[in-house]
Design a protein around this ligand. Structure first.
Ligand code: 5GP
Ligand code: ZN
Length: 113
């Protein structure tokens, strides 16, 4: 399968990994939108949030737990941060492998564009 995030998982594409275990991997976004911009993904290929169901949904809470830990490690927990999932064309999803953006280190405006 021609998926860049699967290739990051398998090390075919290099990335700056900040956390990894048997289920997930977290790495710095190649084009950061904030001083801290980390992508957290399941190692298993799941195309988008639309593919989340009762048999695989535990990965989502697992990722949020990891995001909170990483936020503390990155020093953005106290001031706050944002966890974002873009889904589909209008949601701005450009890579079709489920991923959550962890953004912080500056005041993030709302609403998003
Ligand atoms: P999306 O727009 O799908 O929500 O987010 C995809 C993100 O992946 C973008 O922020 C983009 O900068 C990042 N990205 C795309 N290709 C690569 C890559 O090869 N390496 C890394 N580290 N990030 C990537
Ligand atoms: Zn994939």
């Amino acid at each position: 399968m021609d998926c860049i995030f699967c290739k990051i998982v398998s090390r075919q594409i290099p990335s700056e990994i900040v956390f990894e275990d048997e289920k997930i991997i977290a790495f710095r976004d190649i084009s950061p939108a904030a001083p801290v911009h980390i992508l957290i993904i399941p190692k298993q290929h799941i195309s988008s949030a639309l593919e989340i169901n009762s048999s695989n949904s535990s990965i989502v809470s697992y990722i949020i737990e990891a995001a909170a830990r990483i936020a503390r490690e990155e020093g953005i927990a106290e001031d706050g941060f944002r966890i974002v999932n873009n889904c589909g064309k209008d949601g701005g999803q450009t890579v079709n492998h489920l991923h959550f953006h962890l953004l912080g280190g500056r005041n993030l405006t709302w609403p998003p564009g």
